[in-house]
Design a protein around this ligand. Structure first.
Ligand SMILES: NC(=O)c1ccc[n+]([C@@H]2O[C@H](COP(=O)([O-])OP(=O)(O)OC[C@H]3O[C@@H](n4cnc5c(N)ncnc54)[C@H](OP(=O)(O)O)[C@@H]3O)[C@@H](O)[C@H]2O)c1
Length: 280
C-alpha cells in the first residue's frame, strides 16, 4: 500500500489532491505550515524518517506573486530551499517525489506554447524561486517528477463558480487582454498524478489540459456551458490571484511524445467539471 505525504495540504491544490487521492488504495499523510515548515531541513528529514512515505507530493509554497516580490528571501527559502529539503528527505528514505511547479518559470510567450525543453526565463521573484526549487529537486533526488501546470480550478478556489456568480448578479467581469493559459481542473491533474506514481519515467512534465485559450475564451465557455451571458471588460494588467499575469501557455510535449498520459481538452474537462458540480 502506498503512503502518500502531501506537503502544503491546506493549499488550493493540496486540498484538492487530498480529496481526489483518498479513494485510491493509499494512506494519506498531510502537513502544512502549521504542522511542518518545509524550510526547516532537520524537521523535514525527521518527519520523513518517522513516517516513511513511499511518495511525497510537494504542494507547499509561497504562491502570491506580489508577496514574493516584496519578500524575496522568504520566497527563495520556501520555494527554493523548502523544495530542496523535501527532495533531500525523499532521497534519504528512497521515496518518489512529485514536486509541483508552475508555468511562471517562463517569462513571456515564446514562439508558440512552451515545451519542457524550452529555456526557462522567469521574470518575477515567484517564477525565479520556483525555478530555483526545480533545480534543487533535480540535483538532489533522482526519483523526481517535476510537474508544471497552469490555471488550476477546483471546488477549493471556485474559479469557475466566481464567474457564474458575477454573471448571475449582472456584474461586469474583468478579464486580461493578454493572458493565455491551459485551464485544468485539479481533478484532471490528480488523475494524472495517480497515473504518474506508477511510472519510473522521471523528469520534468508540462501537465495541463490539452489546448490553450485566452481568458476571454475561457470565461465565455464557462458562461456558454451554463447558458448565461455577461458583460466582459478587458483590462491591460489583470493581476487578480485567480489568473496568472503572464501570457504563457504550456504544451504537454514530453507526455505526448512518450505516450505516458493523454490529458483531455480543456473544453471537455470544463464541461465535465461543471456537470459534476451541477453548474450546467
Ligand atoms: N493554483 C494554481 O493555479 C497553480 C498553477 C500552477 C502551479 N501551481 C503550483 O502548485 C503548488 C500549489 O499551489 P496552490 O495553488 O495550492 O498554492 P497555495 O494555495 O498557496 O498552497 C500552498 C500551501 O503551502 C503552505 N506553505 C507556505 N509556506 C510553507 C512552509 N514554509 N512550509 C509548509 N507549507 C507552507 C501555504 O500555507 P499558507 O497559505 O498559510 O501560506 C499553503 O497552504 C505551488 O507550487 C504552485 O506554484 C498552482
Amino acid at each position: 500500500m502506498e503512503r502518500i505525504w502531501i506537503c502544503g495540504s491546506n493549499g488550493r491544490l493540496g486540498k484538492a489532491l487530498e480529496h481526489h487521492l483518498n479513494p485510491i488504495d493509499a494512506e494519506i499523510i498531510s502537513t502544512d505550515i502549521d504542522t511542518l515548515d518545509v524550510s526547516d531541513c532537520d524537521e523535514v528529514i525527521l518527519f520523513a524518517r518517522r513516517n516513511r512515505p513511499t511518495v511525497i507530493i510537494n504542494c507547499a509554497g509561497v504562491t502570491n506573486h506580489q508577496y514574493c516580490q516584496d519578500h524575496p528571501e522568504e520566497a527563495y527559502r520556501v520555494n527554493g530551499l523548502g523544495a530542496r529539503n523535501v527532495a533531500v528527505a525523499a532521497q534519504l528514505i528512497n521515496a518518489q517525489l512529485i514536486h509541483l511547479s508552475t508555468d511562471q518559470v517562463f517569462g513571456q510567450h515564446i514562439d508558440g506554447p512552451c515545451k519542457e525543453c524550452d529555456q526557462a526565463s522567469p521574470l518575477s521573484i515567484f517564477g525565479k524561486s520556483k525555478l530555483f526549487g526545480e533545480e534543487m529537486v533535480s540535483r538532489v533526488c533522482p526519483h523526481h517528477f517535476i510537474i508544471r501546470t497552469s490555471w488550476l480550478y477546483s471546488n477549493e478556489n471556485h474559479m469557475v463558480e466566481k464567474v457564474l456568480e458575477k454573471a448571475k448578479k449582472n456584474e461586469v467581469i474583468s478579464i486580461s487582454r493578454t493572458a493565455i493559459g491551459s485551464p485544468t481542473s485539479a481533478y484532471a491533474l490528480s488523475l494524472f498524478i495517480i497515473q504518474l506514481m506508477k511510472s519510473h519515467e522521471y523528469g520534468v512534465y508540462h501537465a495541463s489540459c490539452e489546448g490553450y485559450c485566452s481568458q476571454r475564451e475561457f470565461t465565455e465557455k464557462i458562461l456558454e456551458n451554463a447558458g448565461l451571458t455577461a458583460q466582459l471588460k478587458e483590462v491591460e494588467d489583470y493581476s487578480d490571484q485567480i489568473f496568472r499575469p503572464k501570457s504563457v501557455a504550456l504544451e504537454n510535449f514530453i507526455l505526448n511524445i512518450s505516450d505516458i498520459y493523454q490529458f483531455p481538452t480543456w473544453q471537455e474537462t470544463l464541461a465535465d467539471y461543471m456537470t459534476h458540480n451541477g453548474l450546467m
